[in-house]
Design a protein around this ligand. Structure first.
Ligand code: NDP
Length: 485
């Protein structure tokens, strides 16, 4: 195939990858073939992008919300009309099976539609005063230029969760996807601008986090940093933001526990656990990362879970029939998975399924790893830090109290899963679990209408839902004396 040459949008300037300037090579993780090039922004281009966004802010923020909403709807329609092409690029650069990539593109369109509807639902307040002639108004106004920096595991989904609410609120945006998988995001930014968005409202830059990301986040004209990625990078960005007292929205790493109680609906627990452990090859912030199963049902759960995981098919995301699991996105992630499996074996854990790369010769150039089921204790590294791979560690516990204690023991607080038939266990468990989302008997979530906050080291602020729009607005108090003569 001929590699795609993507472009950056910087105000009214289009910078194309033309083989002359600095570019990132984007690899297909299924075979390491080059599938695209993206231009790398230097300090001057980053400055131009932020300046273009700052220049566009006054007119974009003043535009009536109904008209901003129309622009967002136009972007949603454009994404929908181009779904297949975008999904194809996404599978090629990130690895997930085509139907999952299609779902991610559709979710991005949904985000633009949702925030088009929310754009007109920004309400202020009036506060009663102690004087007949004093009025007190509370306004909600956009921050200004937003730097949006995101991870590679759901490159388009994660970026649309930032761009859509920020634009709806009246902010302007400079988007920096991960250099590991930037093509789909860069395509969507170009497409959004071609669909009629005024120049400067939405801009894109590309390049490594340590260079381009850093320049963008520390630019003095950036008013808000919205970030999705690892906790360590988040910490670094928080320090940068502190220097300049910038506002932040942080969606950071997770390490989601799944608790299987003695009265769990077993069919559902097994099916959901397998689905959420191995989706996107486990490269999911809300993957099931550690399973605590109560001893009385442990044999049944573990046996059925392992049998189901062993049936999953691994292969390139464009294969037909479609595989269940694509490759990991890069070599570093696979190295981490292999380290975690080796650590588990050293600690005496039992690897029931997988634990290695697949044998098939045709998969040997890709970053594949077999779905892996491990039974051990929560001393294993994989039960303490993100593996970000297709690995499901299981620990047998005595009862629900022990499961909740262990689930809460880590500093991660993104998502947790609880399986029980008892309403009281469900409600009390949900109240005790220290996570921004508690899913009871389901593995949904990360869906646009619902808030998705990270607790503890998993984040600051709330992405998605109406609160996801409020994050891009700040409060102003207007106090008016009307009693003068
Ligand atoms: P990273 O934190 O490594 O990178 C995320 C983004 O930050 C990338 O665009 C990266 O650029 C950029 N970046 C890296 N260093 C800097 C820096 N010094 N200054 C500015 N930007 C920087 O995360 P990964 O991409 O490896 O993604 C995996 C992580 O993301 C996992 O921890 C996962 O849990 C988390 N995540 C959280 C989600 C949530 O909603 N809470 C959702 C999805 C993922 P580049 O890659 O180009 O170098």
């Amino acid at each position: 195939m001929i590699p795609a040459r993507s472009e950056l949008v910087i105000g009214s300037l289009i910078v194309s990858a033309d083989g002359h300037g600095e570019e990132t090579e984007v690899l297909n993780p299924a075979d390491q073939e080059v599938i695209g090039y993206a231009p790398v922004a230097d300090a001057e281009l980053v400055d131009q992008a932020v300046t273009a966004a700052a220049d566009a802010f006054p007119s974009w923020s003043k535009l009536p919300a109904t008209r901003r909403a129309s622009h967002l709807s136009a972007i949603a329609s454009w994404i929908r009309s181009d779904t297949l092409r975008l999904a194809h690029i996404l599978t090629l650069e990130q690895g997930k099976p085509l139907s999952e990539a299609t779902g991610e593109v559709q979710a991005a369109a949904k985000a633009f539609d949702y925030y088009a509807a929310e754009a007109v639902r920004v309400y202020g307040q009036t506060i009663p005063t102690e004087s007949e002639t004093l009025r007190s108004l509370v306004l909600r106004q956009p921050f200004g230029v937003v730097a949006a920096i995101t991870a590679w595991n759901y490159p388009l989904g994660l970026m649309s969760w930032k761009i859509a609410p920020a634009l709806a609120a009246g902010c302007t945006v400079v988007a920096k996807p991960s250099k590991e998988a930037p093509l789909t995001v860069l395509e969507v930014v170009s497409g959004a601008v071609r669909s009629g968005l005024p120049a400067g409202v939405l801009n894109s830059v590309n390049g490594g986090g340590g260079t381009v990301g850093n320049l963008l986040a520390s630019h003095p004209k950036v008013a808000k940093i919205t970030f999705t990625g690892g906790t360590e990078t988040g910490r670094h960005l928080l320090k940068l933001a502190a220097e300049d007292v910038k506002s932040v929205l942080m969606e950071l790493g997770g390490h989601s526990p799944m608790i299987v109680a003695a009265d769990a609906p077993m069919d559902r627990a097994v099916a959901d656990g397998v689905k959420r452990s191995f989706r996107n090859a486990g490269q999911l912030c809300n993957s099931v990362n550690r399973i605590f199963v109560v001893r009385s049902v442990a044999d049944e759960f573990i046996g059925r879970f392992a049998a189901s995981a062993a049936r999953l098919v691994v292969g390139p995301g464009l294969d037909q029939p479609e595989p269940d699991i694509g490759p990991l996105t890069n070599a570093e992630t696979r190295d981490n998975v292999e380290d975690h499996v080796a650590d588990a074996r050293r600690r005496g854990a039992e690897v029931l399924v997988g634990g290695t790369r697949p044998d098939a010769e045709r998969l040997s150039r890709g970053f594949f790893f077999l779905p892996t089921v491990v039974v051990g204790t929560d001393e294993m590294a994989m039960m303490n830090t993100e593996t970000f791979g297709p690995v499901a560690p299981i620990m047998v516990v005595e009862d629900l109290d022990e499961a909740i204690l262990r689930a809460n023991a880590l500093q991660f607080g993104l998502v947790s899963y609880l399986y029980t038939r008892d309403l009281r266990t469900a409600l009390e468990g949900a109240e005790r679990l220290e996570f921004g989302t508690v899913n009871v008997n389901n593995v949904g979530g990360g869906d646009v209408p619902f808030p998705y906050p990270g607790w503890k080291h998993s984040g600051l602020g709330v992405e998605l839902g109406h609160q996801g729009l409020e994050e891009y607005l700040r409060t102003k108090h207007v106090r008016i004396e009307i009693g003068y003569r």
